[in-house]
Design a protein around this ligand. Structure first.
Ligand code: ZN
Length: 154
């Protein structure tokens, strides 16, 4: 997926240390609303921790972004999700939040700011068609993603 190549570490301070149980990385979004496939970056983050068996939590510390798991093969799936979310939460309404980004806050709450995935032999346990997506609802911005691993029996 070409989206994978848009995930960078912009600042060395965000690059998790080898062996640390929390890894962080950033994504630079380029549109107001977009889903970016971060599966490969999450797997790299897990490999840096050295954990082979356990669970990982993928969390984004933002109020207008989210993390979801869905189909990573047909790019029209994320596009359809974005289209329908925008029908549920229109860009214009009688929102009271003066910052002007209420739809982004609402969509972020609907999708949620984290996902939990099993890890076996150092790899994410995902279905054949599944990928992990960072969901931007108020871009373009630089965004942080945290990956926390919890080893079995730890
Ligand atoms: Zn706001």
């Amino acid at each position: 997926m070409p989206e994978r190549f848009r995930v960078y570490c912009l600042d060395k301070s965000f690059k998790g240390l080898e062996g640390e149980m929390i890894q962080t990385f950033q994504v630079k979004t380029t549109k107001q609303t977009e889903f970016i496939n971060i599966t490969h970056s999450v797997e790299e983050a897990i490999q840096k921790t050295g954990m082979k068996e356990g669970i990982c939590i993928i969390f984004t510390p933002h109020t207008t972004a989210a993390i979801t798991i869905n189909e990573n093969v047909d790019p029209s799936v994320p596009k359809d999700i974005i289209m329908e979310l925008s029908k549920i939460v229109p860009f214009e309404d009688r929102y009271q939040h003066t910052e002007g980004n209420s739809p982004a806050h609402i969509k972020a709450s609907i999708i949620g700011c984290s996902q939990t995935v099993f890890v076996e032999t150092g790899k994410l346990v995902l279905g054949t068609w599944q990928g992990i997506f960072f969901c931007e609802f108020d871009g373009p911005r630089s965004r942080k993603i945290y990956v926390k691993v919890i080893p079995d029996g730890g």
